[in-house]
Design a protein around this ligand. Structure first.
Ligand SMILES: [Zn+2]
Length: 404
């Protein structure tokens, strides 16, 4: 018996959880239960009509509302909170009495030339009703659903009065005035109904059926539910950076020149240009020149080394966008090493040698903005092979990077 009560309790708990999960508004605008940065707009439409009506409406609505929109972050409109729209079209007669409380109720009728209509609803409010004509032009039902979701028309219209033979006002713009000097348009015996988009709404599905349903429409619905800002927590600093197409780095460098008989530290500058083919992979050119003077008694030796290499840069981690960008590179090219002596008014000729050099290294970039980063460190191993020997050279650089 105890076992039975225990099972019954679990079952009741399960029902309770299911009950909570059921959609309980005909138009729902809510944050995702797990990821509060994502917002869902869920529209539930019950069609009183034939199976063909349900299919026609569902096809049209699913095409319009399969949109992903974004509420932009205040500081950086290249990122933001995603808004996902969903439509759930069911046959009215297939809904239970309980489900009917969370579905808008649409009655389909044959096309008699009158406009389809829908009452203006409230996001997260009660269900509304409407009467839709069959075989309406594309996007008509998408427009009507926006009424159910809380949006009003953004056009003016006039109809022809067959008694007085004049064009009379049907709908006016809110806020006024109507376009064409408040005239809107003139209905005639030949065209008994006419209309025009209100000012600023030429590409608005609430004004005309020509444009697609836009993210502005969806965001207007989200605004009506009071969820139209993207919380700061969903817009972290620096998470916006690093999909540069091009990167230029310039900075000072220290190079340790390491031959078995001769080693010294030299200073100079390094410049790099990388063109990214994908967010992770780019082609890099690296050029640098470094100097070292060694004074012994009256004689000074002037060492100079310059490098030109090219190859591949690879960024292993781009998602989730890191705060500090780690990149690796493998470059190949040539290095030129030269020296001359000066002292007591004497200058020797310059002696030069060339060598193949690889450049294997890593870099850490700290993005400060979308177009600028500080290279915290770049470390490279770039051996050379002058005088039939191997020099194990290391280079450390810091500097600034521009992205564009
Ligand atoms: Zn309308």
């Amino acid at each position: 018996m105890k076992y039975f009560i225990f099972l019954a309790l679990i079952f009741a708990g399960f029902l309770l959880i299911q009950g909570c999960a059921v959609q309980n508004h005909a138009t729902t605008v809510e944050r995702d239960k797990e990821n509060g940065c994502t917002i869902h707009v869920i529209l539930q439409i019950g069609i009183e009509g034939t199976d063909a009506d349900v299919i026609a409406v569902r096809d049209q609505l699913e095409e319009c509302y399969s949109k992903k929109c974004v509420i932009p972050c205040e500081n950086d409109n290249s990122v933001g909170c995603p808004v996902l729209s969903h439509v759930n079209v069911k046959k009215w007669s297939a809904l239970s009495d309980d489900e009917k409380k969370s579905f808008h109720h649409i009655t389909m009728v044959n096309n008699d030339g009158q406009p389809s209509n829908a009452h203006i609803g409230t996001p997260n409010g009660g269900p509304k009703t409407g009467t839709w004509r069959r075989d309406e032009p594309p996007r008509t039902y998408c427009h009507e659903v926006l009424h159910l979701a809380g949006l009003k028309d953004q056009y003016c219209s006039r109809v022809y009065d067959t008694v007085t033979h004049t064009s009379v006002v049907e709908v006016t713009c809110d806020p006024p005035p109507d376009p064409d000097g408040n005239n809107c348009c003139t209905a005639t015996a030949a065209m008994i109904r006419c209309g025009q988009p209100c000012p600023g709404h030429n590409n608005d599905l609430m004004a005309t059926l020509t444009p697609e349903l836009s993210c502005d429409n969806i965001l207007d619905v989200v605004k009506k539910a009071g969820l139209n800002s993207c919380p700061e927590a969903c817009c972290p600093h620096h998470h916006t950076y690093y999909n540069p197409k091009n990167l230029i780095f310039i900075g000072p460098s220290y190079v340790h020149f390491g031959d078995k008989d001769l080693h010294y530290g030299s200073y100079g500058g390094t410049g790099e240009y990388t063109h990214f083919f994908t967010p992770k992979i780019g082609a890099t050119v690296d050029i640098g020149i470094y100097f070292h003077n060694d004074k012994q008694n009256e004689l000074t030796t002037h060492y100079q080394q310059w490098n030109a290499t090219a190859g591949i840069t690879f960024i292993p981690i781009t998602k989730p966008k890191p705060h500090v960008i780690f990149s690796t590179h493998a470059l190949f090219g040539i290095s030129t090493y030269s020296y001359k002596f000066t002292g007591n008014g004497f200058t020797s000729n310059k002696t030069s040698q060339h060598s193949f050099t690889p450049n294997i290294g890593v870099a850490l970039d700290w993005p400060v903005s979308k177009s600028f980063a500080i290279r915290l460190v770049q470390a490279d191993y770039m051996p050379t092979f002058f005088s039939k020997s191997t020099q194990n050279n290391f280079r450390i650089s810091i500097g600034a990077a521009w992205m564009f």
